[in-house]
Structure formats: structure tokens, C-alpha cells
Write a protein that binds this ligand. Structure first.
Ligand code: SAH
Ligand code: F3S
Length: 483
């Protein structure tokens, strides 16, 4: 889990006011918003939308300093217990800020709010607003309600808590995303209906709901017009996408990819996260037909043992995963593959674990994420007997992480002498003749070039490996601007 302060455009956000343009120009004292984001890319996306919403409706601008904020928002994650505990410890710190400044407004959103809304009210009564992942579009109204009852005595105040899963999608109420740089995330669906036995997501974010096709395409076309060249399609289970078309039909995920690839300006396509079960032949075929698709795939498998996969209710065997990857690598031999692994799932034996370790080696993954199983209240796996000592789980995790790290070092090293397609993103702060971009496999690539090339794609020959994530190269070919 990552915990990060949300500052689009870095420190420039507050001073240059490039992200959240105040609309209330009569207000001389500009109000400041601080957002702490925990967890996944979906939460990062949601935090951006919260900032956009409050910027548009109330003129808030972002600050990276909670001490100078008028509103503090925490966008929480409950995927593992540790993440959830952090919410209350951080809220304790925020309480002290509120003691100093009673006008400070504190809001808690995200998956912990969704699951623990009432508990937050009890344990942290100084929190003013509680909202879920599907109700964040109501933040401006919640804030108005809060402001309207500030003067009222405590007993007359209504509790501002809305963690429902409304039928109407939040996307209908969100402002157009603001663009920073050449990459953008576009959420195409919400929630998950897979109900893996360990996972809290279906309960905190609700069942799968896909955004209508036209909305997604219009958003991407708008982003491309503003200079975006790389799109990452987001969802908990993107290949479960079933977006309604304008004619009342259904568009599948591979069909969506083909339509997005036709939008002028989109030179690169990523997506996260997908499920092996719905990783269809049609989706694999897209890698042959669409040059915009990166040779990098994050496909969580969770375990290399069929027994564990069954207990996890992943609904497929290891062979299914292996076959799909083999098909994909036939089309794209250079495919960089990453995955998620849960170690120490209830009942995982030494033998099961050894199978996972071997599987990781056999599949030749690039970087993967691995976590010790965390029991989540309300999930089916929380009732399973779990006799493996915590220490054993930690040792297994350390072994897995060692293998994963070694594998990603090898992947970086193997880039030497290869040609990588790079999206040129910026000029180096240190040297105006040095450009920095990203390769398909997310490594940063630097090379000598001209500042006017920023925003274009280039073929770069890798000449030196600097670190795990950072390589040097030389320009071979500069592609014409894709717009
Ligand atoms: N949609 C993704 C998963 C999203 S959750 C999928 O298709 O699998 C992100 C990752 O968190 C999961 O892949 C899993 O590895 C991890 N995770 C989820 N629940 C967990 C739990 N209870 N304990 C430990 N790790 C968990
Ligand atoms: Fe969770 Fe499984 Fe969905 S891991 S997000 S229930 S695919």
C-alpha cells in the first residue's frame, strides 16, 4: 500500500493554481484543500476528481501542507488491515490541527469510510463528513450542508454521512478531468463482482458498473485534444467492462480498446487491473492488431498453487494462466509481465508455497507485488481456519520478494542494447539538452535531445543501465506527433 500526499503538478499546485482554478473570484482569501490518498490507482483517480470538484464548486486550491489547509480529506484504503489502522492514527494527528483551528473541516472518504462509516463517527466524532467511493461527487453539497449548520448547537446538527451505492453513476456529476502532462488515467468501471474469498473490494466499492461507452470515448478524445498521449484505463476488473453503447448494445473490453486506439493522438494504451479468467482471445488479439498497446501487463494471479487458487475462489487453475501468457508471448515475445501474490492464505502449506515460488520463476515475471494475507471482516476467507504462524508467513514473503526483485533486476539489465519505444515526458531539471521519458515497461529512459520533442514518441537504443528503474539511451528515431 502506498500512502501519499496528493499534489498534482507537485508544489506548483497551490502557487500557480494550475490544477484547481478558483471560480469564486470575489473571495479574496483563497481556501486550501489537502488530500491524503491511500491505496490503489482508483483512489488516486478519485482524489483528483475530489480536487476538481471542490475547485470548481467552492474555489479550493490544493496544498501539500496540512497545517495551512481549510479542509483535510483522507481517501482511505481497506484492502489490508494495516492500511485501515493508518486511518485512525492519521486522524488522531488531524484532530490536533482541529483543536488549534476549530473551523478546519475534516472529511473521510474511500473504502474504510464505506465499510467503517459508523465506527469512524464513534471513534473520531470530530470528522465532519464521511463519504464512500461512489458518493464523492456529492462532496460539494455535503460541504454546503456542513457550512450551513456550523453555528447550530451540536444536538441540532445532522450527521453528514453518505456511503451508499447510488444507482446514478458518480461520473455524471464529475467535472472534466484536468490535464497535467502527457499521461492520464480514465476510469471505465467501478466495483467488482468477482468476490474472491479474501477481498473486501466488492463490499466497499460495490458490484461492477461500467461507464457508458460514449462517455469514456468522449473523455479520452477530450484528453487527447489537450495533449494527452498515453491513456491508462482503470477499474478493479477492467476486462469485465460491459459498457452500454449509444444504440443500446454492449461494448466489451477488447472492443473498447480498438475504439480508443482509433482516437487521434492516443499513442499508448495501458490498463489495470484485469482478471485472468476474462483475459480472452479477443483481448490477446488486440496485442497483435494495436501497436498502441504496451508490452507490459499487470495480471494478478495471487498464487501458484491450484489448491490455494480454489480456496481463494479465483475460478481458474494455474494452467489457464500459463496458457494465456504463452499465447500473449507468442504475439509479443518482449512482453513484461507483472502480478500480485498473496502469501500465507489460510491453509497454504509449505508445498503450496513452494509451488508459488516455482511458478514465479517459471513465468519469468518482471516486478510483482506481494503481500501477507490479511484477514478482512465480512469476507468468506475470514472464517477459514488459519494455523500458519505469522513468522512463517513473513519468512515466505521475504523469499518471494527476493525472487521477484532478482527477476526485475534481470529484466532491467536485459534492456541493454535493446530498442525501446519511449514517450518523451520532460526536459531534465539539471540539463536542458537531456530528455526523460518512459519505456513500455515503465523504466525511465534519459537521452540527449531537443526540448521541442517533449510529448512525442521516440525509438531509443539503451546504452547504459543506471539503476533498477533508470536507464540511459541514444535516439534512433523520433516519431511524428501522433495528433
Ligand atoms: N482487481 C485485482 C485486485 C485488486 S486488490 C485482481 O484482479 O486481482 C489489489 C491486490 O491486493 C490484490 O491483487 C491482492 O494481491 C491484494 N489483496 C487483496 N485483498 C487482500 C487481502 N485480504 N490480504 C492481502 N492482500 C490482499
Ligand atoms: Fe478483489 Fe478479486 Fe475483484 S481480488 S477486486 S474480488 S477480482
Amino acid at each position: 500500500m502506498t500512502v501519499q500526499t496528493f499534489i498534482p503538478n507537485g508544489a506548483k499546485a497551490a502557487s500557480e493554481n494550475t490544477v484547481t482554478q478558483p471560480t469564486h473570484t470575489t473571495d479574496v482569501s483563497i481556501k486550501k484543500l489537502y488530500i491524503e490518498t491511500q491505496g490503489c490507482q482508483m483512489n488516486e483517480y478519485d482524489s483528483h476528481r475530489m480536487a476538481d470538484l471542490l475547485g470548481d464548486s467552492h474555489g479550493y486550491i490544493l496544498t501539500s501542507n496540512p497545517n495551512e489547509a481549510d479542509i483535510l480529506l483522507m481517501n482511505t484504503c481497506s484492502i489490508r488491515e494495516k492500511a485501515q489502522e493508518k486511518v485512525f492514527s492519521e486522524l488522531g494527528r488531524w484532530r490536533k490541527l482541529k483543536d488549534k483551528n476549530p473551523d478546519l473541516v475534516i472529511g473521510v472518504g474511500g473504502c474504510v469510510a464505506s465499510q467503517e462509516g459508523d465506527n469512524i463517527q464513534k471513534r473520531a466524532p470530530y470528522v465532519d463528513m464521511i463519504f464512500g467511493p461512489q458518493t464523492l461527487h456529492r462532496l460539494p453539497q455535503m460541504l454546503d450542508q456542513h457550512n450551513a449548520q456550523v453555528e447550530k448547537p451540536k444536538k441540532d446538527k445532522i450527521k453528514l454521512i453518505d456511503i451508499s451505492f447510488p444507482d446514478i453513476e458518480k461520473f455524471d456529476f464529475l467535472p472534466e478531468p484536468r490535464v497535467e502532462g502527457f499521461k492520464a488515467f480514465v476510469s471505465i468501471m467501478e466495483g467488482c463482482s468477482k468476490y474472491c474469498s479474501f477481498c473486501v473490494v466488492p463490499y466497499t466499492r460495490g458490484e461492477e458498473v461500467s461507464r457508458p461507452l460514449d462517455d469514456v470515448l468522449a473523455e479520452i478524445a477530450g484528453l487527447a485534444e489537450k495533449g494527452v498521449r498515453e491513456i491508462s484505463l482503470l477499474g478493479q476488473n477492467v476486462n469485465g467492462y460491459r459498457g452500454e453503447t449509444f444504440e443500446g448494445g454492449i461494448c466489451t473490453f477488447p472492443e473498447l480498446l480498438r475504439l480508443v486506439a482509433e482516437i487521434p493522438g492516443i499513442g499508448r494504451l495501458r490498463y489495470t487491473t484485469s482478471h485472468p479468467l476474462e483475459f480472452s482471445d479477443e483481448l490477446i488479439q488486440c496485442y497483435e492488431d494495436l501497436p498502441q498497446m504496451v508490452s507490459h501487463l499487470h495480471l494478478p494471479v495471487q498464487s501458484g498453487s491450484n489448491d490455494v487458487l480454489q480456496a481463494m475462489k479465483r475460478n481458474h487453475t494455474i494452467d489457464v494462466y500459463i496458457d494465456k501468457i504463452a499465447k500473449l508471448r507468442k504475439i509479443r515475445p518482449d512482453m513484461h509481465l507483472s502480478s500480485d501474490f498473496i502469501i500465507g492464505f489460510p491453509g497454504e502449506t509449505d508445498e503450496n508455497f513452494a509451488e508459488t515460488l516455482q511458478f514465479i520463476k517459471d513465468l519469468d515475471f518482471d516486478h510483482s507485488y506481494s503481500f501477507v494475507y490479511s484477514k478482512r471482516p465480512g469476507t468468506p476467507a475470514s472464517d477459514l481456519p488459519d494455523t500458519t504462524p505469522e513468522q512463517v508467513k513473513k519468512e515466505r514473503l521475504a523469499q518471494v520478494q527476493k525472487v521477484i526483485k532478482q527477476s526485475s533486476i534481470e529484466k532491467t539489465d536485459a534492456m541493454l542494447g535493446k530498442i525501446e519505444r519511449v514517450l518523451i515526458e520532460k526536459v531534465s531539471d539539471q540539463d536542458p539538452n537531456i530528455l526523460i521519458g518512459t519505456a513500455d515497461n515503465t523504466r525511465l529512459v534519459t537521452f540527449v535531445g531537443d526540448a521541442t520533442w517533449v510529448g512525442r514518441f521516440a525509438e531509443i537504443e539503451i546504452t547504459e543501465i543506471k539503476t533498477l528503474n533508470f536507464v540511459y539511451g541514444e535516439l534512433l528515431n523520433l516519431e511524428p506527433d501522433v495528433a
